[in-house]
Design a protein around this ligand. Sequence first.
Ligand code: GLN
Length: 279
Amino acid sequence: MTILEVINKTTPFFEKRGVESPRLTIELLLAHVLQKKRLQLYLEFERVLDEPTLAKLREMVRRRADGEPVQYITGEAEFHGLKFAVDRRVLIPRPETEHLVEAVIARDPKSIVDVCTGSGCIAVTLAKKLPAAEIFATDASAEALAVARANAERNGVEKNVRFFEGDLLSPLPSSTKVDAVVSNPPYIASGDWAKLPKEVRDFEPALALTAGEDGLEIIRRLATTAGRVLSPTGFLALEMGAGQRAAVVEILEANKFVIVEVVKDLQGHERVIVAQPKQ
Ligand code: GLN
């Protein structure tokens, strides 16, 4: 079978199975198996694929048709122009989180802690963009930290980021003071779990997604503890769920923070909030 025949046969199959962007998906899988850029496939439509390649591809197509996200199948996700290894131990980085990273870069902090680092996408991107900054990253999951460490190495910043296992800020050395506390914490209400797409619900780690009955449990705990590690001129930058702004503002203000910025994502949802300790 040729590349073009594979595309033409798989696209309607994916469509029938409810896979989003069916043609793009098979092209991404082909590009991964053949280790080529997707657009290069267009120059080789008539290339005949051998049986081992087709066997690999069939297995990947089956996984995607069963709902597994493309990024877990290829083991790779792109975030802010960088490549990250991902698997079911970590959340797949989302484009919305790039707004969080940009809000941090714009403030040029010299020291940062990324709480709930997951794949490490935030800490590693910040280390790339702010090479002089001292960066700490924490996660409650040892499995996630293994992925994050590998991603720091893959992107050549393993010397700039120190990883700590434990709950939120608690694993940091006790005297730690930073200019920025950054987090894309779990923020989905437990009752909304069933409403998540199958791709998310059945494959991504629940620990990285849900945060109590109202989805604000982690943000609440972070707001009460961040002051301890923040320098007086420092800031807290958080990602939040669509529609959570009012509740998050209330939590932050109750913990003596002043809101300095709210950033909308490309869908127009207020997604990122930046706050500073009240002087
Ligand atoms: N920091 C990681 C990300 O933004 C993981 C976040 C999480 O696990 N909640 O993708």
